[in-house]
Design a protein around this ligand. Structure first.
Ligand code: PRP
Ligand code: URA
Length: 205
């Protein structure tokens, strides 16, 4: 479908805190929590709601609720940081996990863990803060589709043009929500200007 680059003063402020090499892990985790919630609110803007009748203390009126089943798929390790803020907004979601780690030389992601529910009829949100080459996201989309997912949205904090193109070229049915579309990848396949290694900055490793 398309790339949605959210443009919001809060998102710009939080992205700047994440990029700053002097931001502590504690402040990095706080900014990452808040920017995830902004992204989730934008990414859920078009979710359908069911109407129902309810009683206020004064009279009967129409209510709305999100009935669509939702599966979150965080990519371990950095994606774990996005689970709690997302569940804060979508408390009824199911969570499946994918463990992937990029090889430091080749930047190709190796799969080491997978626990996914069946995603038939579910809206799936793949959550991972960095979309660089797109390799990790592509592997995750393939696994979700093998698990009957048909409605997939990717949420990433920072994306590189290379990763966005590789995902949308192979999966034109997928939506991507990001808070920053950066310039390019360097030779080590890190995003520029980027923020460095998200997992390392988050967990102070
Ligand atoms: C980072 C990031 C993504 C991946 C993006 O994880 O969280 O999963 O790299 O890169 P790609 O688009 O080129 O695949 P990493 O493999 O460093 O593992 P970590 O989360 O355990 O630090
Ligand atoms: N993973 C990260 O954490 N940062 C990058 O720039 C690319 C992949």
């Amino acid at each position: 479908m398309a790339l949605h680059n959210i443009d919001h003063p809060l998102a710009r402020t939080l992205i700047s805190q994440l990029r700053d090499k002097d931001t502590t892990s504690e402040a990095f985790r706080a900014a990452s929590y808040r920017i995830t919630q902004l992204l989730v609110i934008e990414a859920t803007r078009t979710l359908p709601t069911t109407r129902y009748r309810l009683l206020t203390p004064l009279e009967e009126t129409e209510g709305h609720r999100i009935d669509l089943p939702i599966t979150l798929v965080p990519i371990i390790r950095a994606g774990i940081s996005m689970v709690e803020p997302t569940l804060g907004i979508l408390p009824h979601a199911t969570v499946g996990y994918i463990g992937l780690e990029r090889d430091e030389e080749t930047a190709i992601a190796r799969s080491y863990y997978q626990k996914l529910p069946n995603q038939k009829g579910q809206k799936t949100f793949i959550i991972d803060p960095m979309l660089a080459t797109g390799g990790s996201t592509l592997q995750t989309i393939d696994l979700c589709k093998e698990n009957d997912a048909t409605d997939i949205t990717v949420i990433s904090v920072i994306s590189a043009p290379e990763g966005v193109s590789s995902v949308l070229d192979k999966h034109p049915d997928v939506n991507i929500f990001t808070a920053a579309l950066d310039r390019e990848l360097n030779v080590q396949k890190f995003i520029l200007p980027g923020l460095g290694d998200f997992g390392d900055r988050l967990y102070n490793t």
